[in-house]
Design a protein around this ligand. Sequence first.
Ligand SMILES: CC(C)(COP(=O)(O)OP(=O)(O)OC[C@H]1O[C@@H](n2cnc3c(N)ncnc32)[C@H](O)[C@@H]1O)[C@@H](O)C(=O)NCCC(=O)NCCS
Ligand SMILES: Nc1ncnc2c1ncn2[C@@H]1O[C@H](COP(=O)(O)OP(=O)(O)OP(=O)(O)O)[C@@H](O)[C@H]1O
Length: 307
Amino acid sequence: MRDPHFLAELAVDALVFEAHLTPKPGLVDSAGSGAHSDMDIELLLTSAETLRSTFVELALAGRYGVLGSNLRSEVGRIGREGEARVLDITNGVNTHRGALWALGLLVTSAALGGGDAAMVTGIAARLAALPDPSTSNLSSDYVTISNGERVRRIYQIGGARAEAKAGFPHAIAIALPVYQSRLAVHGPHLAAIDALLAVMASLQDTCVVHRGGLSALALVREGVREVLLAGGSGTTSGMKKLRAFDQTLTIAGISPGGSADLLAAGLFLEALSSGGHSWRSCIKMHRKSLHPRSSQPTPLHSLLMKG
Ligand SMILES: CC(C)(COP(=O)(O)OP(=O)(O)OC[C@H]1O[C@@H](n2cnc3c(N)ncnc32)[C@H](O)[C@@H]1O)[C@@H](O)C(=O)NCCC(=O)NCCS
Ligand SMILES: Nc1ncnc2c1ncn2[C@@H]1O[C@H](COP(=O)(O)OP(=O)(O)OP(=O)(O)O)[C@@H](O)[C@H]1O
């Protein structure tokens, strides 16, 4: 049986590690805000820490719950309260809505069923497929149509809910194996960046489509292809392409937030089986040397870039 506080720790750590990965195309990282005018890394870190108690609650719900509509309702309630808490501390900025959805379902499922990553994503898929009985009682504020919903209606593409109902294929079948395959040669930082790129190459990310339509999705895929053709982030030419790609997305105002979420989910799954020592050791170093708001790369970033 997995300890709820340990599961919450893994989820928060995955968000902290993802936030620090640099460079990430169009996303907030330790070198800048990417395509986000309203966010920086400090806000993301504060948001991640704020979610810790939500993840503990989600794990407790799984630990003492049974897979069914009561649990779905409970998880929905906890998730929405978590979202509200984050929006409160960020003054309304959506820092981790998608991440909370993905990691929240996985935390509950890991506490409920234990088992390996495949079992956990299988449970998460069943949980996500259940209708949330309490949504009919929601206030009109919450029901306001989301960016993801708008994009899904216009372009008929899947989004965060479809990914969850399918058992998070981009986390378990892309981010996780790509990370594992690159780890020994490139270390946790570059392995995770390559895993992010692999997710970006395939995901129908509603954040991307919302910002720039289907042509933005094509632009993202072309940028990933160029980095990978140049050898990936672990080569000098691949890293050069990656930095140029980051500039391109930042200037175009395109951010693959859903891909970042699924990278964090993949790292969480990796940690369920291995303890996540590879990437979590970077988090420990970061916590020891944490210092607030700075436009300079953080000590963790300098260290990761060496690794
Ligand atoms: C399902 C969620 C993410 C809402 O999705 P929707 O697409 O309607 O809204 P929105 O555009 O605001 O957020 C979507 C977010 O998901 C991420 N995302 C985008 N595309 C994808 C994708 N293809 N796959 C996975 N994640 C994606 C991005 O971070 C994006 O910001 C979620 O917030 C929700 O409905 N929560 C209700 C509370 C709940 O039931 N929680 C349970 C688990 S905690
Ligand atoms: N490092 C990161 N940088 C930016 N977004 C991230 C990062 N990691 C995860 N995300 C995800 O991206 C989402 C934010 O994306 P975005 O800002 O496009 O959403 P939005 O507020 O719905 O859209 P918009 O800002 O275009 O109105 C969050 O829900 C979060 O889960």
